[in-house]
Design a protein around this ligand. Structure first.
Ligand code: NAD
Ligand code: TDX
Length: 335
């Protein structure tokens, strides 16, 4: 098989390529990535010389480059996106360009060249926010209600992907995944920012009261879900992908991290909240479990620890990115 992976120099895309090359060593992967502030070739270093792997620097909005690559592709896996909610609040325009227009350019080229599958990576954030008090979870039938420029642009991309299935019969699948954590996550995001702050002897910065809840999934479990959907998923279907956490708050996660480093709670710094901050996400992943037999394999407590250890052992990877990440927060006042 020949795969075009977009956004493969980012957090989940680079983990996915590593995962796929290990499991399907005869497949060929082309990674199309623009290398924005979020794309790092250092994340692909361990497989960059694999003879079945090729990197192309380019923009998914550029139909010339996209067509030239898709004409030789069986499967497109679309990770490329502007993915950071905080950046979408500072500047929404790039989010609409890449997440909406870029996806449409990929869909057009996929249709033109009769590809076998277009798999679109999306997020649970398209469904909006749940109440802290409720036990509700998002599922495949939850009505879309995005509330940040990021989630609104991802919602639009999901709709346009489905429209190409219903209107033109393009063989698509979509996964809406919960928050990921693991190696190679940009130190702008909560997990990586907090761990790298603690390694540097600084506090964890907690937005608002810290009682915000996300559903957390180790990144390799996300990769295995995508693998199953590509191989066994039903064309035109959407699958929710979520983790093993039950309503753990940012504050509780920060406390676990601080205690790993044997620090006290003076290392929790509460500060300025995110505008329009979604209170709670929770994902019901019973459909992918019952239809495809997928389950997360990595429990939160052990893989939180292993993730911390990875950042401790791989300063070469995150140190050069840390200043750029903190520049953003100086602008938003979240330092
Ligand atoms: P990321 O920001 O780490 O990586 C995004 C990658 O896309 C970067 O390498 C960047 O250079 C590239 N890119 C951006 N614009 C591009 C363009 N116009 N053309 C080509 N490449 C471009 O993001 P991530 O966390 O790895 O997320 C990957 C995907 O998964 C996104 O679609 C995101 O919406 C989705 N998702 C992420 C999470 C999460 O917790 N991180 C959860 C659910 C879904
Ligand atoms: O320093 C911080 N302190 C803090 O309390 C940062 C960076 C974040 N937070 C909070 C905000 C959120 O409640 O932590 C939570 C997680 O924040 P992010 O890591 O920015 O993730 P989130 O906004 O939930 O979005 C992520 O998961 C869903 C990804 O960035 C999206 O691409 C994905 O769709």
């Amino acid at each position: 098989m020949k795969l075009l992976v977009t956004g493969g120099a980012g957090f989940i895309g680079s983990n996915f390529i590593r995962y796929w090359l290990e499991r399907y060593p005869n497949d060929q992967i082309t990674n199309l990535d623009k290398l924005t502030y979020a794309g790092h070739l250092s994340s692909t270093k361990d497989f960059e010389k694999n003879i079945n792997y090729k990197f192309v620097q380019g923009d998914i909005c550029d139909s010339e480059v996209v067509n030239s690559l898709i004409k030789d592709t069986d499967i497109v896996v679309n990770f490329a996106a502007e993915s950071h909610v905080d950046r979408s609040i500072v500047g929404p325009k790039d989010f609409l360009n890449t997440n909406v227009i870029g996806t449409q350019v990929l869909l057009d080229a996929s249709l033109k060249h009769n590809i076998k599958r277009f798999h679109h990576i999306s997020t649970d954030e398209v469904f909006g926010a749940l109440n802290l008090e409720s036990k509700d979870k998002f599922n495949e039938n939850t009505v879309y209600n995005p509330r940040s420029p990021y989630s609104a642009s991802k919602a639009a991309s999901d709709h346009i992907v489905r429209a190409y299935f219903h209107t033109y019969g393009l063989p698509v699948t979509i996964s809406n995944c919960a928050n990921n954590y693991g190696p190679y996550q940009d130190p702008e995001k909560f997990f990586a920012r907090s761990i790298t702050n603690l390694i540097e002897g600084k506090e964890v910065f907690i937005y608002g009261d810290g009682k915000y809840v996300r559903d957390w999934l180790y990144v390799e479990d996300h990769c295995s879900a995508i693998d199953l959907i590509i191989n066994k998923g039903k064309i035109g279907e959407t699958y929710m992908v979520g983790g093993l956490t039950e309503d753990i708050s940012n504050e509780e996660i920060a406390k676990l991290m601080v205690s790993y480093f044997k620090k006290d709670e003076s290392y929790l710094k509460y500060g300025k909240d995110r505008l329009g901050h979604d209170r709670r996400y929770a994902v019901d992943w019973s459909k992918i479990k019952s239809e495809l037999g997928w389950e997360p394999k990595h429990d939160f407590q052990s893989w939180l620890t292993k993730t911390i250890e990875w950042y401790k052992e791989n300063e070469w990877w995150w140190k050069p990115l840390k200043d750029q990440a903190e520049e953003l927060y100086k602008k938003t006042g979240q330092v």
